[in-house]
Design a protein around this ligand. Sequence first.
Ligand SMILES: [Fe+2]
Length: 192
Amino acid sequence: MSRSSVEVVALIGAEKPESGQEGTLLHSLAVSASMIAFGRSLALNEDAVSLLGFGGLLHDIGKMALSPKLLERSGPLDTAEFALIRKHPELGHEMLRQIEDIPKAVLDVCLYHHERFDGSGYPYGLVGAEIPEVARIAAICDVYDALTTIRPYKTAWSPREAIDAMLRSTGQFDPVLLDAFVSWIVRHDVTQ
Ligand SMILES: [Fe+2]
């Protein structure tokens, strides 16, 4: 195992249930799995697919720097709390940058997964192809998992409800990738 892999395993290992970050860990595993499967459906090569999986696993690692109470809150957040949560891509990027040989794709997924195709995302408000493709893929898989999973503040939506909401969310996602994602979900019949 390379040094970077060992350091990453140590980071993930720190996310023990008692840390209060179990929700983030489960979400990261689910996003990683769907990025791998979606990447394969796009006929990406296996090296690129591995990087997607690696990036998905670590995309929210910056949340480890935030209070679990803040992350699991069911009530509305105030402006300061919301601003703190929006820092997690940069916090995670800073953590991952310390790891020797960390692939650029993994850093890009972490830093840019909350950017939106129309420029309304964060932290930088990048537009369209300014957002690395790996992060545009991550954004879709991230939101799909968040919508279809039960959270303290919401019930789990069905795959059909999640897809309908994502298709209505004009401008948030890369339209070509979103079309491919929807086709992939439908092909696998998970909306039935
Ligand atoms: Fe995130």
